[in-house]
Design a protein around this ligand. Structure first.
Ligand code: CO
Length: 228
């Protein structure tokens, strides 16, 4: 009990700044009492994390490492594959890379379900060829551009929660690699699928969509609700 009280005394709570020009996060940040207590009891989270790292986490800016052949089919990669698939569905998001779950390896998963496709307005679906595809997991993916025409479309990212922007991407790509068990994967992706693949492979090189976006289209997706 005394130790817990000493801990509470040490951890002062300072709410993050919210004013204009107040760069919350600059300087030292401290955890709230309850967060500090929870972390002390449960310990720090261990990758693969249950929820994606947010922009600012160094792992999102690192170049992910190639997965060695000896790790294919092993328990570590199987656990990562399961965590990526679960993260995709929990999001829900269309693609998720290993670095986003704190694992700096060249692995990503992507899926576009028919139900998710239905949520897009038909004109956007037609313009960007938004069509369903099954869950795919790629280890050590290699990208080849098949159609270098650039198409600008809206993008979001689980690591930039609550924001979106328009990003130019090549229209068609080929991606090859292996799955978590070492089985070869070869995929020609067009339109929306090509956009997702390019976004995810960027994550493996520490690149986020904000590095490629048209900055004037950067949007807080809740801007209307926040004004109510
Ligand atoms: Co992303």
């Amino acid at each position: 009990m005394a130790a817990a009280l000493r801990l509470l005394e040490r951890v002062r709570y300072r709410p993050p700044g919210r004013g204009c020009g107040d760069a919350a996060g600059w300087g030292q940040r401290e955890r709230s009492y309850w967060r500090a207590l929870r972390r002390r009891v449960l310990g720090p989270p261990v990758p693969p994390f249950a929820s994606p790292c947010q922009v600012g986490a160094p792992v999102l800016r690192a170049t992910a490492a190639t997965v060695g052949p000896e790790r294919l089919g092993g328990p570590e990669l199987r656990e990562l594959a399961a965590a990526l698939a679960a993260g995709l569905r929990r999001g829900p998001c269309l693609g998720l890379s290993a670095p986003q779950l704190g694992v700096p390896l060249r692995v990503f998963a992507t899926e576009l379900t028919p139900a998710r496709c239905e949520q897009y307005p038909p004109p956007l679906r037609r313009a960007h060829r938004i069509e369903p595809f099954q869950l795919r997991l790629l280890v050590n993916p290699v990208l080849r551009v098949l159609d270098s025409r650039l198409v600008t479309g809206p993008e979001g990212c689980a690591s930039l929660h609550g924001f979106s922007a328009y990003v130019p991407r090549h229209w068609a790509v080929h991606v090859s690699g292996v799955d978590e068990c070492g089985k070869p994967v070869s995929w020609e992706a067009t339109g929306w699928a090509a956009r997702i693949v390019q976004h995810e492979i960027d994550h493996l090189d520490g690149i986020l969509y904000i590095d490629r976006m048209d900055p004037r289209t950067f949007t807080n997706v809740s801007w209307m609700e926040l004004m109510d």
